[in-house]
Design a protein. Structure first.
Length: 104
């Protein structure tokens, strides 16, 4: 068995370990993955990162796989739809911010 050194914040939670080993600190130049990171970082504000990691699959599903073109076209109905889904952080400003980022 190989002894792996991890940062102290990467607990024994499998989501944290996978994130630490496969994503954290690794350069990323994929536009969609960068957009995902922006959305998730915005949702995380004031919360723990593990909370967001546990909801990431729901974010992918609800935000059209983090396709910025699709998200940029969201309207009031979509904000209401997102606010009604407990699978993500239901914070009106965070959801509106994700749409604004997509438009940018």
């Amino acid at each position: 068995m190989i002894d792996v050194t991890r940062c102290p914040w990467s607990t024994k939670d499998p989501l944290y370990i996978t994130y630490h080993d496969e994503e954290w600190g690794i350069p990323n130049r994929d536009g969609r993955r960068l957009f995902e990171k922006i959305i998730l970082e915005g949702a995380q504000s004031g919360l723990s990162w593990i909370t967001i990691l546990k909801k990431r699959d729901n974010y992918r599903r609800l935000f059209d796989g983090f396709d910025p073109v699709n998200v940029a076209a969201y309207v009031v109905y979509d904000v209401s739809r997102l606010m009604g889904d407990a699978g993500i952080i239901r914070h009106h400003a965070k959801i509106r911010s994700a749409i604004k980022h997509a438009k940018a």
